[in-house]
Design a protein around this ligand. Structure first.
Ligand code: NFS
Length: 680
């Protein structure tokens, strides 16, 4: 090709790139605040993930799951075609083996991320129990006493005369902390919390030999098995993935949730704002972004310190606004009612407002590009965790240590305040700020449905049995720049509500709901079918219950277990008229979550894409084969309307199996009636 024609080709490419990059923001997000900030970013000459998603295509072979780069003889890219119906890699690995190995590694990474978070929590918990730090303490003693027996820790002692006495709280906490931390390094036996699952489920796991032995062990074993030349049986690889994923859901994440609740308080319904409109032009704005509440809890304290607020005033600010981003946001919102600035895809855009003095990050879901965006404004990016540093841009590292946590937090807040006077770009904060009611831990649902007199899941079950509520859906997970921001979450959830399916939500999905006004009791008559609306209005709850961050998906497992225990809806999670979805997933954590839901008995459908298309036999195993083993299975549906239809069809299938499809009389059932149903 001549130089001239090369130049022409380049020019065409560049102009089509520019065209795509300038695509209408309304095709990129349904959230007006996000659209407005994409426009501002472009005007400011700042590139964001939305622009890159328009100009950069995903690798189709990687996306189909059949690119193997686990040794240096590859990458081997396997594509099934008419010419080559049975492609294999250099070593002979089939598309099934490659896709299963890649899938298993995603589970390992996701389980590791959640569980390493949990380990940090357990370490801090132990430091608090041993009173090695004065910054953390034991707040929820009721929950501590409730969960201690699950770890084999006694909560009472007998004195010499045989009187039963309560044990000292800090003594219990220390023993729980030691036992909990031990779950990571255990080599044999079973993780302790597996027995929290319904009995039938636990027995099934035992029969299938997938009860995790120890959290770390299962992750390491995946890395071994997926090394070149080890496990070459896709079913066996998925069996190990099941152990690791269950070790995430029923141990790493569940312990994180439990111990966070005990240290910082179990969430109960509280109000809070959401979206970029929560930032304040005339205040110092600090965003805590990431996942672990250990540091953000302290920043909450530091930012509310009257001395700090006075200090901010000396710099010309009216006060300090602390807002969250991603799951850290959910943590501080559900316990303190502090606002959420936005979900995953809004992190760069918060900086684009020109009003953020500091974005404080810890681990997970932090885009590397925030450092580049920050360099166009005055925002300081502060990394705080030795596991997550940044090489690009100018970032400050203030390492957080639980032994002097409040001191670290004050240093960070002071740095933000000092930066207030350095604002240099035009400040533009979108007006969107929605109200929401959040904080539905499974304990809170218990309380709200039954009231103080009769706290239990029985009224929920009764309403499912009498048909006012058709079923339960867990809609969770991320945003994904390959699909319209927030759109699939909202279409799916509105469709479910219309069909009387109550929705439990966490993570970035919960934030999409919050921004769209679905997390208020007032949403019930607007979006729900008449049965669900009636229940929500009677009890005064929103039709979509925000249960927390992504490690709090373990709360959904516990809620499902409580529903089973309340009776009348079968003996196992797989009997429930329930389904799960992650319509805009993107992170490996979502794959681990999806897999522990499937192996806990839930039909789980993902949107966007799944790396299975290049290996049809493996795909069939995940989508159909697993149902025979676990009663739950994977599915992929891009269109959220179709996703809702399939979830509802599954719920109806379960209702029919329970004999609930006959149009019951709407009466409250007593225990004998429920037992009769169980026996049927
Ligand atoms: Ni969950 Fe939270 Fe959001 Fe996805 Fe990331 S923030 S842990 S991974 S992107 S939901």
């Amino acid at each position: 090709m001549s130089e001239e024609s090369k130049a022409k080709v380049e020019a065409v490419k560049a102009s089509s790139k520019a065209e795509k990059a300038a695509a209408d923001p309304r095709t990129m997000s349904v959230d007006p605040a996000t659209q407005q900030m994409i426009i501002k970013a472009r005007a400011d000459g700042v590139e964001t993930i939305f622009d890159r998603a328009a100009s950069m295509k995903a690798c189709p072979i990687g996306a189909s799951g059949t690119c193997c780069k686990n040794c240096s003889q590859g990458p081997c890219r396997l594509t099934i075609s008419a010419k080559n119906p049975n492609p294999i890699g250099l070593c002979g690995a089939t598309p099934e083996t490659v896709a299963a190995r890649n899938f298993a590694r995603m589970v390992a990474a996701g389980a590791a991320a959640h569980s390493d978070h949990g380990r940090g929590v357990a370490e801090t918990f132990l430091a608090a129990a041993r009173r090695e730090t004065s910054d953390y303490g034991i707040k929820d003693t009721v929950k501590l006493r409730e969960i201690a027996p699950d770890f084999g820790v006694e909560i009472t002692v007998q004195d010499e005369e045989g009187n039963v006495l309560d044990r000292d709280i800090y003594e219990i906490a220390e023993e729980v902390g030691v036992k909990a931390l031990g779950e990571w390094g255990k080599q044999n036996g079973e993780i302790l919390l597996a027995k929290r699952a319904p009995k039938e489920r636990y027995e099934l796991w035992k029969k299938l030999d997938v009860v995790p032995r120890g959290i770390d062990r299962e992750v390491v074993e995946i890395m071994h098995r997926t090394h070149m030349g080890v496990d070459q049986d896709y079913k066996n690889l998925i069996k190990q993935s099941s152990r690791a994923a269950l070790g995430d859901g029923w141990a790493g994440s569940m312990i994180a949730t439990d111990l966070q609740d005990i240290m910082f308080g179990t969430p109960y319904p509280t109000r809070g704002g959401i979206n970029l409109g929560c930032l304040n032009a005339d205040e110092v704005n600090i965003i805590v972004h990431g996942h672990e509440p250990l540091l953000s809890e302290m920043i909450v304290v530091a930012s509310q310190d009257p001395e700090m607020i006075e200090y901010a005033k000396t710099k010309g600010a009216k006060g300090i606004t602390l807002a969250g981003m991603c799951c850290t946001a959910n943590e501080i919102l559900q316990r303190h009612g502090l606002p959420i600035a936005g979900n995953y895809l809004q992190q760069e855009l918060a900086i684009v407002t020109g009003a953020v003095e500091a974005m404080v990050v810890d681990v997970q879901c932090i885009m590397e590009n925030i450092a580049n965006v920050a360099s166009c404004y005055h925002t300081k990016i502060v990394t705080t965790n030795p596991r997550a540093m940044m090489a690009s841009g100018e970032t400050e590292h203030i390492e957080f240590d639980e032994h002097h946590a409040l001191e670290d937090a004050k240093r960070i807040v002071r740095l933000a305040v000092d930066n207030f006077q350095n604002r240099r770009a035009e400040v533009m904060i979108p007006s969107q700020r929605e109200n929401q009611v959040v904080g539905f831990s499974y304990e809170a649902i218990n309380y709200h449905l039954g009231g103080t007199f009769r706290g239990s899941y029985v009224p929920l079950n009764d309403n499912i049995i009498n048909g006012r509520i058709r079923g339960i859906a867990g809609v969770v997970g991320c945003n994904n720049a390959r699909t319209v921001h927030d759109s699939s979450h909202l279409i799916l959830i509105k469709e479910l509500l219309k069909n009387d399916v109550i929705v439990l939500t966490t993570g970035c999905s919960a934030m999409a709901c919050g921004k769209a006004g679905l997390l208020t009791p007032e949403a019930a008559p607007v979006y729900c079918g008449s049965g669900l609306a009636e229940v929500c209005e009677t009890v005064g709850i929103p039709p979509v219950l925000h249960m927390g961050s992504c490690v709090d998906n373990s709360r959904i497992l516990m809620a499902a277990t409580e529903v089973v225990k309340a009776g009348g809806l079968g003996k196992d999670i797989s009997d429930l008229p329930a389904a799960g979805a992650a319509p805009e997933w993107m992170s490996e954590k979502a794959i681990s979550i999806g897999h522990y839901f499937v192996t806990s008995g839930v039909y789980t459908v993902f949107g966007v894409t799944l790396p299975v298309e290049g290996a049809p036999v493996f795909k069939d195993y995940l989508f159909k084969g697993l149902e025979d083993l676990y009663g739950g299975m994977w599915d992929l549906v891009e269109d959220p309307h179709e996703m809702a239809r399939k979830m509802i069809a599954h719920i109806d299938k379960k209702r029919a199996a329970l004999g609930l499809d006959k149009g019951k009389e709407r009466v409250l059932m007593d225990m004998a009636d429920r037992q009769k149903l169980d026996a049927a």
